[in-house]
Design a protein around this ligand. Structure first.
Ligand SMILES: Cc1cc2nc3c(=O)[nH]c(=O)nc-3n(C[C@H](O)[C@H](O)[C@H](O)COP(=O)(O)OP(=O)(O)OC[C@H]3O[C@@H](n4cnc5c(N)ncnc54)[C@H](O)[C@@H]3O)c2cc1C
Length: 381
């Protein structure tokens, strides 16, 4: 018999509970300070590795957890319930960096990098530039072949985990005239001469997640670090982002759930007109609407993730999951701020942060317009 989408297996339940407990006990007490400092507390990084959260799909023979894509999404959801910044930190590692490496890496590249990613090295994924975001393949970072190396020059912008990463999947063009057919993916080590991490963005939300510029100045990368084929980097980018956006959907439902959980607690304690505000039908209906939209978003995210694990097509479902869950996150977190009344507007309570954090869901890994474009293409084909 087919299991209901939201019914978790014993393994999934145990995993979600373990991640949830870690998030509440270890990350929870640090959320406010990390947001204020706009910096991930370095003390939470080693336990993320120890719990296996940084190599969820990496096979056990490479030191990873040998888990499913769905488990990676569950981890992102549970972490984001407490802090969507930590959610995206783990998301980029698993659904973008490790995903590319496992899918396109040669046996030698996997043997070299997968154990590090599972053990102690943070990864980042560098596609966007100052003049190319939605139009990602209009990038201008150059890679010129020189013997058994490529010389990279240019810069990347908006790179999540840029500050913490030890290795980057970075896209450059070997031939600007060739358009998207020149794009090539490279594994770039942070210590490579000519590579540096530039300015860090000061952001509205997910403030503890680093978003940085990367600078390449005659940065020599061995040809052995080309990920996939030269000129086929566009495939690497498209396929990873198709999957990655399901992870952003998971981040958004976690963010919305965190805000709703907080509001549910508050309205049962806060009194007005002589009774808890939760007893007013107007408040109950807002909660019911939020919970319903969140359930619908979760079904879209879980379905897309389970389709991916089943080896079924999931392009449209992934785009719908990201589009809708980011809309729901914005609405639910906004409702949560309102349900807290004036207190919701202050930093003494957690909901204003969820509201700020939700906004990014409509922007990165393809703006909402780009998701609509993808969905429309599959309808009109
Ligand atoms: C916090 C943060 C973290 C990020 N992390 C990463 C990362 O780790 N790696 C990485 O490579 N990038 C990352 N990005 C970059 C992100 O993916 C881009 O910002 C995003 O794709 C949008 O690109 P853009 O900023 O150039 O906007 P633009 O492409 O300039 O878009 C501006 C507006 O025009 C609309 N638009 C553009 N083209 C079309 C079209 N054809 N049809 C309809 N509307 C259109 C967009 O929807 C948007 O509303 C991150 C960004 C942020 C803010």
């Amino acid at each position: 018999m087919t299991e209901p989408l939201t019914r978790l297996s014993d393994e999934e339940t145990l995993f979600a509970e373990t991640v949830g407990q870690f998030a509440r006990e270890v990350i929870g007490p640090r959320v406010h300070a990390m947001d204020e400092a706009a910096k991930l507390d370095p003390e939470i990084v080693p336990p993320c590795f120890e719990l296996g959260l940084m190599g969820i799909e990496i096979p056990e023979e490479h030191g990873g957890s040998g888990g499913s894509f769905f488990l990676a999404c569950l981890a992102v959801e549970e972490l984001s319930r407490v802090d969507p910044s930590v959610g995206v930190f783990v998301d980029v590692q698993n659904t973008l960096f490790n995903n590319c490496l496992l899918r396109y890496g040669t046996d030698e590249q996997k043997a070299r990098y997968a154990p590090r990613m599972a053990r102690d090295t943070v990864g980042a994924y560098a596609l966007s530039e100052s003049s190319s975001g939605s139009d990602a393949f209009g990038l201008s970072t150059r890679a010129v072949e020189d013997g058994d190396e490529f010389v990279l020059n240019g810069s990347k912008l908006w790179i999540t985990n840029g500050a913490e990463a030890g290795v980057y999947v970075l896209f450059a063009t070997v031939d600007p005239e060739a358009g998207y057919r020149g794009i090539t993916a490279f594994l770039v080590e942070r210590e490579t001469p000519g590579f540096s991490v530039g300015k860090k963005e000061d952001k509205l939300g997910i403030r503890a997640s680093s978003t940085t510029e990367l600078l390449l100045d005659d940065c020599r990368v061995p040809a052995a670090n080309v990920l996939g084929e030269v000129g086929k980097g566009y495939k690497v980018a498209i396929e990873t982002l198709n999957e990655g956006r399901i992870g952003i959907g998971a981040q958004m439902i976690g963010c919305a759930q965190g805000a709703l959980d907080a509001a549910l607690g508050y309205v049962q304690e806060r009194e007005a007109f002589g009774k808890p505000v939760a007893e007013f039908q107007g408040v109950q209906f807002e909660l019911a609407q939020a919970a319903t939209e969140l359930e619908a978003a979760r079904l879209l995210v879980y379905n897309a993730a389970r389709l991916k694990d089943a080896g079924r097509p999931f392009l449209r479902e992934a785009a719908m999951a990201k589009l809708f869950s980011s809309q729901v996150a914005e609405r639910v977190t906004s409702a949560a701020v309102e349900l807290y009344g004036g207190y919701g507007y202050t930093k003494d309570y957690p909901v204003e942060k969820y509201y700020r954090d939700a906004k990014i869901g409509k922007i990165y890994e393809g703006t909402s317009n780009m998701q609509l474009q993808t969905i429309a293409k599959t309808l009109l084909r």
